[in-house]
Ligand binder design. Structure first.
Ligand code: 5GP
Length: 125
C-alpha cells in the first residue's frame, strides 16, 4: 500500500516550470491555473506544490501549513474569479481520484468550475 508519486506527471512539469501555465494564484504551498480544456467559462485547477496524488493522500500526509494554505487558496480562487455566491453566481468543486474517479493527472487538483449553470452533479449512472 502507499501512494506512489510520478515525477513525470504533467502538473509536476508545470510546477518545475517545464510547461507554461495561465496562473490565477500562487502561494507558498499552492498554485492555481486555468485548465487547458475548460468545461465552463471559469475552470481553474488548484494544486498543492507538494507531491500528493489525491485529496485523501494530501489530507493524511500534508503539514498543517500546507493544508491551511491550500484550503485558503481554493477559497481565494473563488473570490478572484468572482464565482463565489458572495457577489457571484456560484461554482462547483471537483477532486477526481483513481480509476473510478477517472483521474487523468496523478497530482492532487481541485477543479473550480463556474460561469454557467453546471447541471446536476452526476449525469452518468
Ligand atoms: P482529471 O481528469 O485528472 O481530474 O483532470 C485533469 C485536468 O487537467 C483536465 O481537465 C485537463 O484538461 C487538464 N490538463 C491536462 N493537461 C494540462 C496542461 O498541460 N495544462 C493545463 N492547464 N491543464 C491540463
Amino acid at each position: 500500500m502507499g501512494y506512489v508519486y510520478d515525477d513525470q506527471n504533467i502538473f509536476a512539469k508545470i510546477l518545475r516550470g517545464e510547461i507554461p501555465n495561465d496562473t490565477v494564484l500562487e502561494t507558498e504551498h499552492s498554485l492555481a491555473f486555468r485548465d487547458i480544456n475548460p468545461q465552463a467559462p471559469t475552470h481553474v485547477l488548484v494544486i498543492p506544490k507538494g507531491r500528493y496524488v489525491t485529496f485523501d493522500h494530501f489530507a493524511a500526509e500534508a503539514s498543517d501549513a500546507e493544508l491551511l494554505d491550500y484550503v485558503r487558496a481554493v477559497g481565494e480562487v473563488c473570490r478572484i474569479t468572482a464565482v463565489s455566491p458572495d457577489g457571484g453566481d456560484g461554482y462547483r468543486m471537483i477532486a477526481n481520484a483513481g480509476a473510478h474517479g477517472v483521474q487523468e493527472v496523478p497530482h492532487l487538483h481541485v477543479h473550480v468550475l463556474g460561469g454557467r449553470v453546471l447541471g446536476r452533479m452526476l449525469p452518468l449512472r
